[in-house]
Design a protein around this ligand. Structure first.
Ligand code: SF4
Length: 319
């Protein structure tokens, strides 16, 4: 089967007055049509930059400094603004953490939905309204005809995120990039929204890149995982393999830190130390100051991703 997306040696830099920082250091991954992948790591790992750079949404002073983003056989990283408009919000939709970042507070839901459609497709306003109603039904918003006339503030946080998901469905995209889609929501609503997203991806045969710090959410939603650290992918593999048998010490730490792996009353585990700043990436393996397995070589030579069992790991323990 042809790949839907292939990210090859992607490098993203930020040109600051103090110097140029590398936010993505040559990452590689791919997705088949309808496949779901989790991009996982702590804040600052580069996972959101990776997601945004697929649709060239890196704001200045950031820029793509190398590599390719092949979508449906074409390198879209070289597209100009107009060409990118035919992809972004059309063939590839993005769902952000906070629904209010997507929704315009002074426009009705109906106006926002129909305008999105009319910007990408040739159709009448009536046809656009029909599609908007259908998409609201898909995300289980009751009385969609009435709801179209309402403003974002008239909905709860969970309902707003449902509307954002409905907007992302309007153009029947091939791929959805969801950046921490439930982080801004109440815990009780989070599972509901993830279940809905999963259901729609399967039903509509859409690919999904789920960007999250939560390996628990990824384990229930995706088929494969790329674990990111300091702008690099340090482990890749099938979700079940990584969750049940993580190889990289960082992945092991992320799993050990999951609340559901702790007994009642047990102190929550934390990976020692913090993610390095982009201007202070340690030499060798960037994880070495926090790693309890480090060897002499770890601070000297950066390990590259190598095949280990069924996945790939960047760690000297598997040399
Ligand atoms: Fe730890 Fe060394 Fe592996 Fe890095 S390369 S994760 S420091 S053992």
């Amino acid at each position: 089967m042809d790949k839907l997306l292939e990210v090859k040696d992607l490098v993203v830099k930020f040109a600051l007055r103090t110097g140029t920082l590398t936010a993505l250091n040559g990452i590689n991954f791919s997705l088949l049509p309808g496949e779901r992948m989790g991009l996982v790591g702590e804040s600052g790992a580069g996972k959101s930059v990776a997601g945004f750079s697929i649709i060239n949404l890196i704001s200045k002073p950031g820029f793509i400094a190398g590599g390719e983003v092949i979508f449906e056989g074409e390198d879209i990283s070289k597209y100009n603004f107009e060409q990118m408009r035919s992809i972004r919000g059309n063939k590839i939709s993005m769902i952000f953490q906070d629904p209010m970042m997507t929704l315009n507070p002074v426009l009705t839901i109906g106006t926002q939905m129909t305008e999105t459609l009319l910007a990408h497709k040739q159709m009448s306003k009536e046809e656009a309204t029909e599609i908007a109603i259908e998409c609201l039904k898909k995300v289980y918003i009751p009385s969609p005809e009435t709801r179209l006339k309402q403003y974002p503030h008239e909905f709860s946080g969970g309902m707003r995120q449902r509307i954002v998901i409905a907007i992302s469905l309007l153009t029947t995209p091939k791929l959805i990039i969801a950046d921490e889609p439930t982080t801004a929501l109440d815990v009780t609503i989070q599972a509901e929204i993830m279940d809905l997203l999963l259901e729609l991806c399967i039903k509509e045969k859409m690919g999904l890149i789920l960007i999250t710090h939560d390996l628990g959410v990824v384990s229930q939603t995706t088929q494969k995982i790329a674990v990111m650290y300091a702008g690099r992918i340090v482990e890749k593999g099938k979700t079940l393999d990584i969750i049940t048998n993580p190889k990289h010490p960082y992945t092991q730490g992320l799993i050990k830190a999951l609340p559901q792996t702790h007994k009642k009353g047990e102190k929550l585990y934390q990976i020692p130390g913090i993610m390095p700043n982009l201007n202070q990436i340690p030499s060798g393996c960037p994880f070495h100051p926090r790693c309890t397995f480090k060897k002499d070589i770890c601070s000297q030579i950066e390990p590259s991703l190598k095949s280990v069992d069924k996945g790939e790991v960047a760690c000297h323990l598997y040399a």
